[in-house]
Design a protein around this ligand. Sequence first.
Ligand SMILES: *Cc1c(COP(=O)(O)O)cnc(C)c1O
Length: 368
Amino acid sequence: MAKVKETTLELDLNALTHNYHYLRSKLRPETKFLSVVKAFAYGSDAQIIANKLQELGTDYFAVAYTNEGVALRDAGITKPILVLHPQEISFDTIIERCLEPSIYSKHILGAFLKTAKKHGQNQYPVHLKFNTGLNRLGFSIEDIEHIATTLNTNSEIKSVSLFSHLAASEDDNEKEFTEQQISLFHTIAEQLDAQLNYKPFRHLLNTSGILNYSNAQYDMVRSGIGIYGYGNEAKIDKELKPVASLKTIISQIHHLKPNESVGYNRGFTSQDAKISATLPLGHADGIGRQYGNGKTVVSINGKKAPIIGNVCMDMIMVDITDISCKEGDEVLVFGPELSAQAFAETANTISYELLTGISQRVKRDVIS
Ligand SMILES: *Cc1c(COP(=O)(O)O)cnc(C)c1O
């Protein structure tokens, strides 16, 4: 692999392929697979990732917001795209770009139906989202009659699927709660089927759901973090391959005299002589201030270099006193050898936040 010459997020499409096949291997062959590519495909590059997943045969895509779906259509994605959290203002765009909204409240149902009528639609595909305990988005079981009546008397829209979202599928201590969510989802689905003139397909599981509750895979699963190579569990992480590697280089090396300080507000001082390296990567690139002041390490020539002092907007400084390296050398921030999950944990957060926070100004490079 060529050494990077600037801060770069490398995207390994072979790793993506591996993860996709691994997750699919946990499912019945007929179960559909929805790839979640919201937030720039978890901070990587939605267009590149979605095109590869489309080639691999994913059945569906999901994004959070309408503009993310539009970007996928512009990038040549032809598979169905579920918009998980659309707002009323984007309903015209949803129909114009053949996106499929999640319908999560009576208000949204009425408003989307109105838009579908205005556009002269017949059986426009929508997806009914039910709340089974996450208490975030979704209809409640009491809304079924209203939904069924609305759908049975208006042919402009059709609910092709029915879904819900698990709150703690990665947490062994919450098995009982998760089983209750699964059971409530089942009840909702049966009641709705009994009142609707047709049978929407069902989906419930996210990545950890696929790995821990495959008996509840229904007709489709929705995977995000897993396709990017993280499984919320050390055992699973070993089976998956991180897609994104964040790399940078050493811009400058400083030889510090005893008691000299480094960075804003003199965040780092040492009584001993030290050597520091400055890297072109800061909080504006997605490495937040919580990673500063010795908490977190990057890897230089296979050795650990702690981030010292305060993280700046465009730079961090690391301690390389015991590392043999020179200006221009490559630095690994996270990737297969230094997981984003472990990096995130040093600041009490999760891989999802670190990955989705890598800002758009960081160059993306495809490895395949
Ligand atoms: C983000 C999201 C997912 C993906 O979850 P992962 O844990 O990343 O697999 C699935 N379903 C819904 C509704 C989501 O919002």
